[in-house]
Design a protein around this ligand. Structure first.
Ligand SMILES: [Zn+2]
Length: 330
């Protein structure tokens, strides 16, 4: 059993308080590989941004739970080595689906966990979230819970249809569970194919998805003033990366994300954590495909993972500075 404080990590409490008050959002980037981890840390250090490094159940299966935990510890050391004296790095479990998984992560040094009971009937979601909160708070670990269902596919999480969060439930839910932040559903969606072309409007040759339900967000803010709100499924699916992938042998059809202007607007509200995963996958894949096209003889992974890491870092910095506004907030 190890506490996150011994690893140099922080929980989300102070970070979110400052973000809500300051009108910006903290980036929550998923990671599975060393190159992603390095790119996240380099971007956060260069922009002086707090950052949430998050791990899904699928990431734990892919990379091994212990390795990911040590990588997060390594991320803190790496940030200091890069010149950041007091990095603010959260190690967060994304979409925990059981009390046991959350407990396992808390026991091995995570500073924050998500318990996702959003697919359960309301009372069961409350009971499960409360059980995780009661355990987590003993160790000062913060807990994100979810109300409402996002559509899309993300690792083992998938739903065909979204159900917007009901504002009338949020006070009861947050009070009874004691959760520290709440993920809501207002039209974001998991994966790189968030919308079908039929759901979008064609504007100047570009498919524009339906706008986020800001009216629901504002209603929730009114019911829970200052309470930290989280947006999942908030990749923008940049067209230049999709085009690069398709130009160099890929085949991505109708990949559509959330326009960055809408995320920028959400960041100024009580939304204080924005989850971005697919954009990193796209940035990595685009760089690797391009590299292989230019250098067909290369077979040393360092040759193609280096530009992949660079491209992810560029994307992370763009999100921090141009979209979330969390730069210079350390
Ligand atoms: Zn999610």
């Amino acid at each position: 059993m190890v506490n996150y404080k011994d690893l140099g990590l922080v929980n989300t409490r102070e970070m979110f308080k400052r973000a809500v008050a300051g009108g910006y959002a903290i980036p929550a980037f998923n990671f599975n590989t060393m190159e992603q981890m390095q790119a996240i840390v380099m971007a956060a250090v260069e922009t002086k941004s707090p950052v949430i490094m998050q791990v899904s159940k699928g990431a734990r299966n892919y990379a091994n739970a212990s390795i990911l935990r040590y990588m997060a510890e390594g991320a803190v050391a790496y940030a200091k080595e890069l010149g950041c004296e007091h990095p603010e790095i959260v190690l967060h479990l994304d979409h925990g689906d059981s009390f046991e998984l959350c407990k396992d992560c808390i026991d091995m040094g995570f500073s924050s966990v998500m318990i996702d009971g959003s697919h359960l009937p309301y009372e069961e979601n409350v009971a499960l979230a409360k059980k995780v909160v009661d355990y987590a708070h003993q160790f000062d670990v913060t807990v994100e819970a979810e109300l409402g269902v996002l559509a899309g596919v993300e690792d083992e999480v998938s739903a065909a249809e979204s159900h917007y969060t009901k504002p009338e439930e949020v006070i009861d839910f947050s009070t009874r569970t004691g959760c520290d932040s709440l993920a809501i559903s207002i039209g974001t969606s998991h994966g790189a194919h968030k919308f079908t072309p039929e759901q979008c409007t064609l504007v100047n040759g570009v498919l524009v998805p339906p706008p986020l339900a800001f009216d629901i967000l504002h209603e929730i803010e009114k019911k829970l003033p200052g309470f930290p709100i989280v947006l999942h499924g908030s990749s923008s699916v940049p067209m230049d990366e999709v085009n690069t992938i398709n130009k160099f042998g890929g085949h991505l059809e109708a990949a559509i994300g959330i326009p960055e202007e809408q995320l920028r607007e959400a960041s100024k509200s009580a939304v204080c954590k924005i989850n971005i995963d697919s954009d990193s996958r796209l940035a990595m894949t685009a760089a690797i495909r391009k590299h292989f096209d230019e250098y067909p003889s290369h077979f040393d992974p360092r040759q193609y993972l280096k530009p992949a890491r660079e491209n992810m870092k560029k994307m992370y910095i763009h999100k921090i500075v141009e979209v979330l506004g969390s730069n210079d907030k350390l």
